[in-house]
Design a protein. Sequence first.
Length: 127
Amino acid sequence: MGQGRETAAEITEKSNRPFPVVPTTKILASGRFTCPPTPEQLKTIFPREVPATLRLYLAGKIDQWWARQDQKGPVFLMNVTSVEEARAILEKLPLGQAKLMEFEYVELSPLTPLHLLLTEGRANANT
């Protein structure tokens, strides 16, 4: 839906891959504060941030969540299939609206070398 045609460079890049192209099934979003929140911001934003994040979890958009040990922000494993969707969701959270949090996004997919365990995968790998 709404996907444009692939460019020649994208087609060439995909044909040079050693493993098949598989769809994105999850997004890993690693957050970091753009600047440390002030005590006042903690008092006003976090009472809204935590329930809003919990609602995303209960709605199935966030599958798993962790805190980074360096306390720079959260890490979410999201049940979405595009960076654009993950970005749109997380930018609506109070910290995103206040421009205090930004995320790095990683598209995740099934482990592609597993196709070699299938009979037809072995045959294709030998050609």
